[in-house]
Design a protein around this ligand. Structure first.
Ligand SMILES: *Cc1c(COP(=O)(O)O)cnc(C)c1O
Length: 433
């Protein structure tokens, strides 16, 4: 399969290059030239397949021509070795709980898959010492660090702003050891990102070492997120639920929602999507007006969705051939401010006993408000509420139970390297590795 750039200024490339480069040379996002449609018997039998089995079929449809079957199968099964995400009833709608991976959020799936696929390609190219640089405001760093933990031939360097990430988040990447290092930067997230960008542009560094990124726009990170849409459908089918399916997705960079759109194009019967935003409502405004106005993000309770210029918007435009009418007919929007998010968390807790995290709360509320008679509604609960304990507990007035995986991080010992915001210092660190 070839992958073209959404900017269409460069020639299509193979999967290997798309994964190793991440971004196309013209700064566009890679898109597969075809979206394979799965056969009818796949959907007939889907309720009898395990999550791993159906995911392998999905992965095979995209990557089967580029990765040997047994390698790909191992890759999918290793990616999904943790507990299968379950659909849970909350009142009359369904929550798909995507928080059973190591960092208790959905990004684990894409990060683990990408780490393994990248390692496979690097080995194929005969490289052994590849360095992944990742700047994080909290959540991406932990998913990437844990996704790459123990993966041969790759070392990860996480840059994060000192004092600006939560305790749990910090512990999730600073306590790992092995092939993961953390740099505590005396600055902001933007400073971290600037250091990483400068490193990629530095010719001396490039000549000296193999540097790559684990950006969320990588095809190997966003496509595997399609797996759990199939899983949700299979579980509902198993439960005998029929009726048009509506999926509500808490969205920031729109990778998760885009993966859902791919699942639909592969034949999965999803009738409608809801993109739930916080106050960073650029997509919501686009749906309303037809014009896209990116702007700087604002901080909200649902901070993993604080994105002012969602990268995957380019993929959505491309999927729908830039037709605003088509996009708006399949996806509807919603946006909530912090007050509404907090109210929703508290009310849902009181009325149903269900503990939402701030991101899932956006998805839940949007689904509640927009689901029509006869439709079956699922919202994605993108993280375990305990991941945002300090935000959630005061709002719902209850202590949260911390899952074992998160607790283990809390017991770990933080190890990080202090770093200034000066590029010379960061460059010295890299050259000395
Ligand atoms: C990253 C993230 C989101 C947003 O997902 P996108 O793919 O960026 O739209 C939502 N919720 C949580 C908990 C996240 O970590």
């Amino acid at each position: 399969m070839k992958y073209y750039s959404t900017q269409k200024q460069v020639s299509p490339v193979g999967l290997q290059q798309a994964v190793v480069d991440g971004l196309a040379a013209d700064r566009g996002l890679f898109m597969p030239e075809q979206i394979p449609v799965l056969p009818a018997d796949f959907f007939e039998n889907i309720d009898r397949m395990s999550f791993q089995e159906m995911s392998y079929q999905v992965a095979h449809a995209f990557f089967g021509a580029d990765v040997e079957a047994d390698v790909l199968k191992d890759l999918v099964y290793e990616t999904l070795c943790f507990e299968t995400p379950l659909v849970r009833v909350v009142d009359s709608i369904y929550s798909l709980e995507l928080f059973h991976g190591p960092t208790a959020a959905f990004k684990d799936v894409g990060a683990r898959f990408m780490a393994r696929l990248l390692a496979y390609f690097i080995q194929k190219q005969g490289q052994s010492d590849v360095h992944v640089l990742v700047a994080t405001s909290g959540d991406t760093g932990s998913a990437v660090a844990n996704g790459f933990l123990g993966v041969d031939g790759i070392r990860v360097h996480v840059l994060y702003p000192k004092g600006l990430v939560s305790d749990i988040q910090e512990k999730q990447f600073t306590t790992l050891g092995q092939n993961i290092r953390s740099l505590e930067v005396d600055g902001t997230f933007d400073d971290c990102q600037a250091l990483v960008k400068s490193a990629f542009m530095d010719s001396e560094l490039k000549a000296h070492m193999n540097l790559t990124s684990a950006n969320s726009i990588n095809v190997a990170r966003f496509l595997p997120q399609a797996f759990y849409y199939f899983n949700a459908y299979a579980q509902l089918k198993r439960a005998g639920l029929q009726g048009p399916l509506v999926v509500s997705v808490p969205s920031g960079n729109f990778g998760n929602l885009t993966a859902g759109l791919f699942a639909k194009k592969m034949g999965l019967p999803i009738e409608h999507f809801i993109a739930a935003n916080n106050r960073n409502d650029i997509f919501f405004e686009y749906l309303k007006t037809g014009t896209y106005h990116p702007r700087p993000s604002v901080a909200t309770l649902a901070n993993a969705m604080d994105v002012g210029d969602p990268s995957n918007f380019a993929r959505i435009l491309d999927l729908y051939k830039h037709s605003h009418a088509d996009i708006a007919s399949e996806i509807s929007g919603a946006r909530y401010d912090d007050r509404q998010i907090a109210d929703c968390m508290l009310e849902t807790m009181r009325n149903t006993g269900y503990q939402l995290d701030p991101h899932g709360a956006c998805g839940y509320r949007a689904l509640r408000e927009q689901l029509k008679e006869g439709q079956v509604g699922v919202f994605l609960e993108t993280a375990h509420p305990a991941k945002f304990k300090d935000t959630v507990e005061p709002i719902i007035g209850q202590k949260l139970e911390i899952p074992e995986t998160l607790q283990q991080f809390m017991n770990g010992v933080k190890q990080s390297i202090a770093m200034s915001t000066r590029f010379e210092d960061f460059k010295r660190y890299l050259l000395d590795l």
